[in-house]
Design a protein around this ligand. Structure first.
Ligand code: F6R
Length: 616
């Protein structure tokens, strides 16, 4: 939620900051802005709308120049998305300029206090309050910018990643972090700051990721100094991480949208996720983060999974896998609910937190709560170095690569891949799986990339189905067992990118209410692949057909029973039920993608959404 980027060095900052904003736009696209400083004049340009609109405005009106620049792409929290509320924001004197990702919760009392002291505000944002608080501290305490930022941040409650500069200090940007991510790229006599490393990967492979409650003074000609905000302690030798990203990973690579590229990447990234960790021929699963803690899982009374959105759906799939294979009871919780309950957690519980971004505020808060209550917390994250990956006791990275389309696709299937490997590894140690079943599952998992590849070949047929149903007002998605969460995920994908109302249900629940919705206008997507419940699902299809609903069924290749009943079928390769979510998700992703494209929606940046939800 909100992307921030900054540059200081010898180069022209404008193209670097603008390009950085384009790469961070997945974090929010309500408005965008940029401020440049050449040591004499600060130039600021901002606008409601996307970075392309900012670019058009900037290039028409002002020649933006300077070797210091900061930029922001906004997901609105305080104040409607308009030009005035866009970042960057000036302080009253015009000396300080700030960009901010996060929320200052006590901004209104600080604002009143500042107003009493004569400060005026042009925007409705909490950020403008923060920059003026910094200015007031600087004046009152007669301190430099870095110190003023530190004192001010000790007075605020909330979350932030900020970058701020002072007109009187053209060689310096001050940054700070609590709750929202902040990376500092270290170049050759130049520095970059950003919400993630993508804005600077062509310039440097070295980055410092600030921890919560840390700040840094980024000054030309000097090493980056990182301090603890609370007690001013200098962080000795902050860890400089070597980045593994490359440009190709964050470009569309010939696809029309990132989402389509990411759907098609799934055979490769699922393979990347188990490569070197699953050795099917030798009967080995080796997950670095798990080996040291295997006893915790083996002896666990219960596993609690916390996550949000699509990651929560992956957690639901994991519930089936862990209970089936490792015989450990599992509870899957919305992180946002878990954090505000008074959950009962014992030392024998293990918590698994799942998050693509590793920054989701609710998941992070759930982790902190679980840790406070003494639980061992294991993370399944995609973004290396993200806050959640650092806050958890141990964990496993999915290797999905950067997921830029706001609607999650490859993150889901790689999360399931990791969770399946975990369940198998734990089951093996616990003795809840026979050696032959264990080996069989390993071999089957090793074949999944080929089956996903095959499922992707159904794309043309799915385009035809999308044409028929693109104007439907509602959709139902039904699945049973392992494929109930797949139904939820299919419905979520459709709503978020096409804005068509869709609901996912366990197929048998239909008769307890949703069946009332079924008429000849209602498309019902049913996952009816080979499983223990196949016959039951066939009965559910009969019930829909009897009420004239339109049936789109995902079936196993060669299925004849459902073919005769359904209006449309999508065939997928035969896969064991426990792994079938990895395959059955593919046609549902493609269906929502094609419908959204046909409806001319912005597939990669759906309205009101942002990729990384760093507010509650
Ligand atoms: C759906 C989607 C969201 C995220 C959710 C959690 O397509 O992208 O529902 O899954 O916001 O995000 P992470 O996994 O980053 O914690």
């Amino acid at each position: 939620m909100c992307g921030i980027v900054g540059y200081i060095g010898k180069k022209d900052a404008y193209p670097i900051v603008l390009n950085g904003l384009k790469r961070l736009e997945y974090r929010g696209y309500d408005s965008a802005g940029i401020a440049l400083y050449d040591g004499k004049e600060i130039q600021l340009c901002k606008t409601q709308g996307k970075v392309s609109e900012l670019e058009a405005k900037a290039e028409k009106n002002i020649p933006l120049r300077g070797n210091l620049g900061i930029g922001h792409t906004r997901w609105a929290t305080h104040g409607v998305p308009n030009d005035v509320n866009s970042h960057p924001h000036y302080s009253n004197s015009g000396d300080l300029v700030i960009i901010h990702n996060g929320i200052i919760e006590n901004y209104s009392s600080i604002k009143k206090e500042l107003q009493n002291r004569g400060y005026t505000f042009t925007s409705d944002t909490d950020t403008e309050v923060l920059v003026n608080l910094i200015e007031e501290v600087k004046k009152q305490e007669d301190v430099k910018l870095g110190k003023a930022v530190q004192i001010a941040l000790n007075q605020v409650v909330g979350a932030y990643a900020i970058a701020v500069f002072d007109r009187n200090k053209p060689d310096e940007i001050v940054v700070a972090k609590l709750g929202s991510p902040l990376a500092i790229g270290i170049g050759d006599d130049e520095f970059f700051v950003a919400s993630d490393a993508t804005p600077f990967i062509e310039f440097t492979n070295n980055a410092i990721y600030l921890e919560d409650e840390e700040m840094a003074i980024v000054r030309l000609g000097r090493e980056v100094r990182v301090r603890k905000i609370k007690n001013d302690k200098l962080v000795e030798n902050p860890y400089v991480q070597e980045l593994q990203l490359n440009l190709e990973q964050i470009e569309k690579g010939g696809y029309e949208h990132f989402m389509l590229k990411e759907i098609y990447e799934q055979p490769k990234v699922i393979h990347d996720t188990y490569r070197g960790r699953l050795l099917a021929d030798q009967g080995i699963i080796r997950l670095g983060g798990l080996e040291d803690y295997i006893k915790k899982f083996v002896n666990a009374d219960r596993i609690i999974i916390v996550a949000c959105g699509t990651s929560w759906h992956a957690g639901l799939v994991a519930e089936y896998i862990f209970e089936d294979m490792a015989r450990i009871p599992v509870e899957v919780e919305y992180a946002s609910e878990f954090r505000y309950r008074n959950p009962i957690i014992t030392e024998n519980d293990v918590v698994i937190a799942i998050s693509q971004s590793g920054e989701t505020a609710d998941t992070l808060a759930a982790i902190k709560l679980a840790k406070e209550k003494g639980a061992f917390v294991y993370g399944v994250c995609n973004v290396v170095g993200s806050t959640i990956s650092r806050e958890t006791h141990s964990g496993t990275y999915t290797h999905a690569g950067p997921e830029i389309g706001v609607a999650s696709t490859k993150a889901f299937t790689t999360q399931i891949t990791v969770l399946t490997m975990m369940a198998l590894r734990i089951a093996k140690s616990k003795g809840t799986i026979s050696q032959s079943d264990y080996i069989k599952h390993l071999r089957e998992l090793d074949m999944i990339p080929d089956s996903v590849e095959e499922a992707l070949q159904g794309d043309e047929k799915i385009v035809e189905i999308a044409k028929v149903f693109k104007s439907a007002a509602n959709f139902l998605y039904l699945g049973r067992g392992y494929n109930f969460p797949v139904a939820l995920e299919g419905a979520l994908k459709l709503k978020e990118i096409s804005y068509i109302h869709a609901e996912g249900y366990p197929a048998a629940e239909m008769k307890h209410g949703p069946i009332a919705l079924i008429d000849e206008q209602m498309p019902v997507v049913v996952i009816a692949t080979n499983s223990n419940h196949y016959d039951k699902v066939v009965s559910n299809i009969e019930e829909i057909k009897a009420r004239k609903g339109k049936i789109i069924a995902v079936v196993t290749e060669g299925d004849t029973t459902v073919r005769d009943l359904a209006d449309y079928i999508i065939e997928v390769p035969l896969t064991p039920e426990a792994l079938s979510p990895l395959i059955n998700t593919i046609p549902l992703q493609l269906l929502s993608y094609h419908i959204a494209v046909m409806l001319e929606k912005n597939v990669d940046q759906p309205r009101n959404l942002a990729k990384s939800v760093t507010v509650e």
